[in-house]
Design a protein. Structure first.
Length: 268
């Protein structure tokens, strides 16, 4: 955990917490302790509401979520709620899906809090890209993937990260957050780079009971997702590590959970 504080205001506290990818059991003990003692919880759309049951009965719970491509509350309004409750009640939990510092705007909220002399504790969460491992797909593997590119599919101006043009040239796993509206563009980039045949996977509602997996080749991302009606929340993974997951599933199906019904993962 990381602490930032002003010695003169030790009773004013904000906890910026990652709730993990969805399964409530994947939250950390430190985060759970903070939820149990919170006076106010400002929670996002993608957190599991079961976590709110651990809060005190008198805890004030306020939904401040933003659904993909439909921002129902402005970030400035969230900042104002952080300021008001941190200064008036203290012990405020800002509960965010995944990890707050991976495309979660959590660091913006920390900066705002520090500027208003609010003591902050950051508690990291399991990122949604780690649902790959839950589904037998490693993020890295010796000789197969040299690293990880974690990219946003939706920058502040609505565009896909231009870093994908660099990532496609590498031997690393590419994970794209918030990219479901950019599947055609992503597929085209891989096709134009001569890598359209790379294995890809879309994980929808990762770690949750309603989780779905879609395996295809990078060039077919849009076609396959449209056919199977995949949508947000989802992460897109492209790279040869996806094929490793397929191999494990095929070799030991009785030992693996989260099996997908599609057996012909990489057909043309």
């Amino acid at each position: 955990m990381t602490h930032f504080f002003n010695k003169n205001k030790r009773n004013t506290e904000l906890y910026i917490i990652g709730a993990g990818p969805g399964d409530p059991k994947l939250i950390t003990l430190a985060a759970l302790d903070a939820i149990k003692s919170a006076k106010v919880i400002l929670y996002d759309h993608l957190i599991n509401n079961e976590l709110l049951n651990f809060a005190k009965k008198e805890c004030i719970k306020i939904f401040v979520g933003k659904k993909a491509y439909r921002h129902t509350i402005k970030q400035e309004e969230i900042h104002e709620l952080i300021r008001f409750y941190s200064l008036s009640t203290g012990n405020v939990v800002r509960l965010k899906g995944g990890d707050p510092y991976i495309f979660g705007r959590g660091y913006e909220e920390l900066q705002y809090a520090i500027a208003h002399d609010i003591r902050v504790t950051y508690i990291p969460g399991i990122s949604s890209m780690q649902t790959l491992g839950i589904n037998q797909i490693p993020l890295t593997y010796r000789g197969v993937s040299d690293g990880i590119w974690a990219l946003t599919g939706t920058r502040s101006d609505g565009s896909l990260s231009a870093d994908l043009y660099l990532a496609v040239k590498s031997k690393s796993t590419v994970v794209i957050y918030m990219g479901m509206s950019k599947l055609s563009e992503i597929a085209s980039i891989y096709i134009n780079a001569g890598k359209g045949n790379l294995p890809a996977c879309i994980i929808e509602n990762g770690s949750m009971p309603q989780q779905r997996l879609l395996f295809c080749q990078a060039k077919n991302l849009k076609i396959a997702a449209t056919e199977k009606k995949f949508s947000n929340p989802a992460v897109i993974v492209i790279g040869n590590v996806v094929q490793l997951g397929n191999s494990i599933i095929e070799s030991a199906p009785s030992l693996i959970n989260h099996l997908d019904e599609n057996k012909n993962f990489f057909e043309d």
